[in-house]
Design a protein around this ligand. Structure first.
Ligand code: PAF
Length: 280
């Protein structure tokens, strides 16, 4: 595996692969790899010939009060894990390589970015994600780009950018990877102390309760909220939304996402379940 820092180096490596008719897969990441990231790398390895992983803690998607400076960083560990998954290129640029002096363009997706995490974290968040992902697509020119379904709203934002800007890349969303108690893997789980870690499993249990209520024809959101309340967790949001448009829905008679965000101890955690539509 090669570690490269410049856009020119990535372009040259990808150009050689494309000239040889090899397909290119991209896994965009902010590092601090866990099994969720590794599952994306494995899927990329299965589906494409040249696997590029980007490792860039993107400053523009953090608000001033968020954890940019403390976000876990360990490039040597990440590089060893990526190499063990058969990744070909780890693209780990400095911020100035991505945002040189005079950088002035923002990709803004209207509508679906204004709710849920867009409302909680502010509009800069998805602007930062959409802009950096669009840049990575321009730099790497992947045939396939893989994202984790844990960030369900991010996946929808990226899909919308690809559709609206006619980008020639296939987006693949990979299943959420969970701990044995159901906690979705996240680089931010390292912020959980012992007490918060034992509380955090309630997020997935709440989504399970919502899903069980859906199957039984009962109200979904109250069932999920009850589990959180019992665990002493007050969510930033716990909502049922259309799985494509993110419009609020009362029932899952079409595919719907039950999404939750909550502060648990020092971590802000998100999770979601896809509820398959049961026609009314
Ligand atoms: O999901 C992430 O880690 C980031 O939002 C991404 C997609 C790498 C963009 O910085």
């Amino acid at each position: 595996m090669r570690i490269v820092r410049t856009i020119a180096e990535v372009r040259a490596a990808v150009g050689d692969a494309k000239a040889a008719d090899r397909s290119v897969g991209l896994v965009p990441t902010m590092g601090a790899f866990h099994e969720g990231h590794l599952s994306l790398m494995r899927a990329a390895r299965e589906q494409t010939d040249l696997v590029v992983v980007s490792l860039f803690v993107n400053p523009t998607q953090f608000a001033p009060n968020e954890d940019l400076s403390t976000y876990p960083r360990d490039e040597a560990r990440d590089a060893a894990l990526a190499a063990a998954e058969g990744v070909d290129i780890l693209f780990a640029p400095e911020p100035a390589e991505i945002y040189p002096d005079g950088f002035a363009t923002t990709i803004h997706v209207a509508g679906i970015t204004e709710v849920l995490d867009g409302a909680s974290r502010g509009p800069h968040h998805f602007d930062g994600v959409a802009t950096v992902v669009t840049k990575l697509f321009g730099i790497v020119r992947p045939d396939v780009a893989l994202f984790g379904q844990k960030d369900a709203q991010q996946v929808l934002v990226v899909r919308r950018v690809v559709r609206d800007l006619d980008l020639d890349v296939r987006i693949v969303a990979c299943p959420i990877v969970r701990e044995s108690d159901g906690l979705a893997l996240s680089s931010r789980n390292v912020y959980l102390d012992r007490e918060a870690r034992s509380q955090a499993g309630a997020l997935n249990r709440a989504l399970d309760a919502g899903e069980a209520a859906h199957q039984a024809g009962r109200e979904i959101v109250p069932a999920a909220l009850a589990v959180l309340a019992e665990a002493g967790i007050e969510p930033e949001y716990l909502e049922l939304r259309d799985a494509e448009t993110l419009e609020p829905v009362a029932r899952a008679d079409r595919d719907a996402l039950l999404l939750v965000a909550a502060r648990v101890g020092a971590a802000r955690l998100i999770d979601n379940h896809l509820l398959t539509g049961i026609p009314a």
